[in-house]
Ligand binder design. Structure first.
Ligand code: ZN
Length: 346
């Protein structure tokens, strides 16, 4: 999921008109890139219609060139390195195939008419990314998932610990350990499957009222229309930005930034996890935005409740655990648990 900024700028660019783009490589201005992105067909349902005819377990493979182009433009617009490249080999296909095949049937049913494909690239800049696909009326109705190649060379617990640690400025004494796989199952597939389910949470959310569409202007949103998000979020009156209902007691939340965006010192890991326990967020990643709140709750529910796998986050001081967080489904986030259950059983 990328920032709201891009679509707002797209709207701005469409007003500007002007620059004719043959390919984004010829662009030397922001307006030109925005127009190239707008002309890229991969956000239209028409581009993906043949994919949706395939069984869900076959909707992966080498990333289409036009989608690669879309990602490169998006990275360039967001100031990330734009060296995104296709990554596809037999090992990747086997791991992805197994990850999709072992999804609980309820999850496959939820996304079978919405997931157009899962692709892998190098240098994505994040572990996973979901983009919405629009119908002829411009309504979001489906999603495409892109995963980063680095996910395919780390065991599950190594990847999960690394992702959570990216929110903190490194310090040799203080660390974070996230367990998503039992010792005999701590392999690459465990990482891919966990993140795939998180991204499928994003795909499911497209076109529903679990949270506002991530491209909508928050000034137009009434959050009480979104039962899941309104359990944890509000839209600040003066700034029209999200804030959580717990920001007065979970003050680190606003400084949580993952993947090269660390702003919190590692010595605050234990305190951050303790404060998380007084909220209804299932994880620190969930506390970043309403979309991540839903996708993380969806992923951890499927992972622990439907698949019976472990989920535990520990703050470490000199290698020893000090604070431990486990899913809040039977404590502070029981209402979110009920909402996810009703989605699964619909
Ligand atoms: Zn996400």
């Amino acid at each position: 999921m990328r920032s709201l900024l891009v679509v707002n700028l797209l709207l701005f660019a469409s007003l500007l008109g002007g620059c004719q783009v043959a390919g984004f490589l010829e662009c030397n201005s922001r307006e030109c890139l925005l127009e190239a992105q707008q002309n890229n067909p991969t956000r239209t349902l028409a581009f993906w219609e043949s994919q949706l005819q395939l069984p869900i377990a076959l909707r992966y493979g080498r990333i289409p060139d036009r989608l690669l182009e879309y990602l490169r433009i998006d990275n360039k617009l967001n100031g990330f390195p734009s060296a995104v490249a296709a990554f596809d080999n037999a090992k990747v296909r086997t791991i992805l195939g197994n990850a999709v095949a072992s999804l609980p049937p309820k999850v496959r049913v939820l996304v079978k008419n919405k997931l157009v494909g899962v692709y892998v690239v190098k240098n994505l800049g994040t572990s996973g990314y979901t983009e919405s696909i629009l119908n002829l009326q411009g309504e979001p109705v489906a999603g495409v998932i892109v995963l980063d190649a680095s996910l395919f060379d780390q065991p599950g617990n190594t990847w999960a610990s690394w992702r959570d640690s990216t929110a903190f400025i490194p310090n040799s004494r203080f660390g974070i350990k996230t367990t998503i796989a039992a010792s005999g199952e701590n392999d690459i597939e465990a990482a891919v499957q966990f993140l795939l389910i998180h991204e499928l949470g994003h795909v499911y959310s497209i076109g529903t009222n679990v949270h506002p569409d991530w491209y909508r202007d928050l000034a137009e949103i009434e959050l009480s229309d979104y039962p899941f998000s309104s359990l944890s979020w509000e839209i600040e009156e003066y700034s029209k930005q999200y804030r959580s209902l717990f920001d007065d007691r979970f003050w680190q939340r606003e400084k949580l930034g993952f993947y090269q965006k660390a702003r919190l010192p590692a010595k605050q890991i234990a305190q951050t996890l303790e404060q998380l326990g007084s909220t209804n967020f299932v994880s620190i990643y969930a506390a970043t935005r309403p979309e991540e709140d839903f996708a993380e709750t969806f992923a951890i529910y499927v992972h622990t409740e439907l698949m019976g796998k472990p989920y535990k986050v520990e703050a470490l001081t000199d290698g020893m655990p000090t604070t431990v967080v486990t899913p809040c489904f039977r404590t502070t986030c029981a209402r979110k648990f009920e909402l996810i259950e009703s989605i699964m059983n619909q």
